[in-house]
Write a protein that binds this ligand. Sequence first.
Ligand code: ADP
Ligand code: ADP
Length: 224
Amino acid sequence: PPVIRLANIEKVYQTKTIETIALSEVNLSIARGEFVSVMGPSGCGKSTLLSLMGLLDEPSSGTIEIDGRPVTSYSDKELAGLRNHKIGFVFQSYHLINDLSVRDNVELPLLYRPGVSGAERRKRALAALDQVGLNARTNHFPAQLSGGQRQRVAIARALAGRPEIILADEPTGNLDSVMGEEIMDLLLGLNRDQGTTLVMVTHDEQQALKTQRLIRFFDGRQVA
Ligand code: ADP
Ligand code: ADP
């Protein structure tokens, strides 16, 4: 079965005064090992789509399946496991903690993982930092790094959890084209060499063309 399947998804945000239909009639499947890009204008529902895929939020109607099973059939404990172990997030704005060293930032998500010792945590963090080419920067702080390096730290943080799926929301959106290309190459390598499933929101056509499939959204709907 597909690793993620969305069937007839609608997402409505309701505030006191406004109702926004963020997604409507969304049907899509992500196969294991796929690298899919998502494009569309600002406000068309891309971030909402990723937060639903990452089980950070629930649809207003429709079904989300992970590995062929509706999310509603998983126990709370299983869902926590999916969120923490199976899925990794990378954001446009990195979401690093400035008071923590690079290594501590990468170790952070593993703190809450049962059965991972301090030594194992450190080992995995250093391996992930090595993988993104930042082994010389483990004791630096985020403010001492370039944007591209900060995004590498954020990717290492996702990798330390050894996720099967990485959901990336405009991972190169704050980077110049050279650093953006480096990050894109890193993501392509993860997909090719480790079989990591990737869903990436991007505004960059050139990047999207390097992925296996491009889904276009407009006004909360898939248009292509
Ligand atoms: P994109 O990522 O494509 O820019 P979003 O998924 O962030 O789009 O937003 C889709 C629509 O839903 C927008 O109209 C946005 O204003 C609205 N929206 C997003 N999050 C919320 C929220 N938490 N509450 C109310 N409206 C929201
Ligand atoms: P944008 O691309 O619009 O700047 P973000 O990348 O900040 O949006 O966030 C993308 C989505 O992930 C949003 O739905 C947001 O609610 C959610 N999100 C942002 N930060 C976190 C976080 N630290 N933990 C969990 N979810 C987050």
